[in-house]
Design a protein around this ligand. Structure first.
Ligand code: SF4
Length: 125
């Protein structure tokens, strides 16, 4: 597991970057239909992560589950940029944005410029 989950994880799921929030289940039953290789089902109770995704195909399935869930009960606490960009609303640790660059400021200068020196020279001539 890359980072600690920000919400209390369901203890029936295997530990890992994908996790189910404890006590959030509405018994929709969707994840075991979308990804039966990753999810188990405790009858009339809840789904749980029986395996963490490892292959690209399994990660795509896990992303699909997060996109399809009805009660925001599944989350991701890892650092894989593919997953962070696919389901940012369900990720615990999004990369921080770079600090904004301040707008440039301009100041009038008292220093003579080439043009002002040229004009002064022409006036004197
Ligand atoms: S996706 Fe959420 S609401 Fe649906 S069965 Fe799983 S834990 Fe329950």
């Amino acid at each position: 597991m890359s980072n600690p989950p920000k919400f209390t994880p369901d203890l029936d799921s295997v530990p890992g970057d994908f996790y189910a929030r404890a006590d959030e289940c509405l018994a929709c039953g969707i994840p075991p239909h979308i990804a039966p290789s990753l999810f188990g089902w405790i009858e009339e109770k809840k789904c749980y992560w029986k395996r963490q995704p490892e292959t690209d195909e399994e990660i795509a399935l896990a992303i699909r589950v997060l996109q399809s869930q009805e009660s925001d009960c599944h989350r991701y606490c890892g650092n894989d940029p593919r997953i962070l960009s696919s389901v940012p609303e369900f990720c615990d640790y999004l990369p921080s944005k770079p600090a904004p660059v301040p707008d440039p400021t301009f100041h009038l200068t008292e220093q003579p410029t080439f043009i002002s020196r040229l004009l002064a020279w022409l006036r004197r001539a």
